[in-house]
Design a protein around this ligand. Structure first.
Ligand code: DQA
Length: 144
């Protein structure tokens, strides 16, 4: 299985950014662990981080034929980017939306995700870095 993994804005600062909310694991550490686990699942992954909405959309477009599934943490775009919602809807293959923090326990504006209601999207949140590993297992492990 081919899985595209996208990290949105400010996630490049994981480890130093509000560690009491997002944890101390860096993005490099998460990506390294994902790569290791993907190999165990005999899956291929491509990962990418951007602070820019259009660049994330370009990544989904460019990988849309290659990818069988998508794991995405859209960061703050979760709450207002209808352009990312449209692209994920058009992608039409399984998607897991991952959030390190539990959005239901934070500020009001974080309680709404533009991906709500999309039938191809599941959500894992509040599990820190483990949420990414669970997402990978749900997608790639299902085929074992
Ligand atoms: C986040 C939650 C978002 O509200 C926030 O803007 C982020 C990270 C999370 O992983 O918990 O950048 O997606």
């Amino acid at each position: 299985m081919n899985i595209l993994i996208l990290h949105g804005p400010n996630l490049n600062l994981l480890g130093e950014r509000e560690p009491e909310i997002y944890g101390r694991t860096t993005l490099d550490e998460i990506n390294h662990e994902l790569k290791k686990r993907a190999t165990e699942f005999r899956s291929e992954i491509r990962f990418f981080q951007s602070n820019h909405e259009g660049v994330l959309i370009d990544q989904i477009q460019e990988n849309r034929k290659w990818a069988d599934a998508l794991i995405i943490n859209p960061g703050a775009f979760t709450h207002y980017s209808y352009a990312i919602r449209d692209m994920i809807s058009a992608f039409a293959k399984p998607v897991i939306e991952v959030h390190l923090s539990d959005l239901s326990k934070r500020e009001e504006f974080r309680k709404h995700s533009v991906l709500d209601g999309l039938l191809n999207v599941q959500r894992i949140m509040g599990k820190g870095a483990d949420g990414y590993y669970e997402a990978l297992a749900n997608l790639a492990g299902a085929g074992l």
